[in-house]
Design a protein around this ligand. Sequence first.
Ligand code: MF3
Ligand code: CO
Length: 250
Amino acid sequence: MITLKSAREIELMRRAGKITAAARALAGEMVKPGVTTREIDKAVYRFIKSQGAEPSFLNYNGYPASVCVSVNDEIIHGIPGDRVLCEGDIVSVDVGAYIGGFHGDCAATYACGTISAEAQRLIDVTRQSFFEGIQYAREGCRVSDIGHAVQEYVERNGFSVVREYVGHGVGRNMHESPEIPNYGKGGHGPKLLRGMTIAVEPMVNAGTAAIRQMPDGWTVKTADGKYAAHYENTLLITAGEPELLTVPAP
Ligand code: MF3
Ligand code: CO
């Protein structure tokens, strides 16, 4: 069932989204050589709690941290720990915050110091693929129009889209209907209606789309060892342009 949010619920989603986006920005600013991924997790935890919110990810299906930190060939769900970030790494940060009964969910990939031109292009194409996709996040479009636009843009730029993980509705639960794949033909799936809140989140590999699940039960890597990037915002479907509830930093 796809829920439509009332004006009051949308106000609560805005509050959750603001805290979530600020937590992402904080994590992104911490991406520097010498920092451990655990330090980022601790800071995000403290920030979310300081806002009176709860980290959505902590204990979600047993997930042990407040943030996912995925480095280089790690696509998503990297668990923070002793890993020390190095110059040239690309670091995907994914975070959720829960307050007032609603979740925000967002992610982005950050450069650690100076990175290669090709790694920067991967980050830029991934971010832009989100914006290509959400041109179809409008009342009357269908869910698969979003993924079709994401895939077209990513593949036109020589990269590939992960199939096994998808975007999703978001609200009282972090993962709600509908699923929002980042690939496929347009014109399929549920029609988008104002009041729906969704997370659109392209995961883009520099090489092939194939993935490898790590034995920790969480971390997902590229099968070919090439880099991957991730970009996600929570957004509201309106009568016109979608409203980004996790507003990206300028
Ligand atoms: N934020 C992820 C998503 O976008 C989910 C994270 S899984 C968790 O759907 F276990 F880390 F919470
Ligand atoms: Co998500």
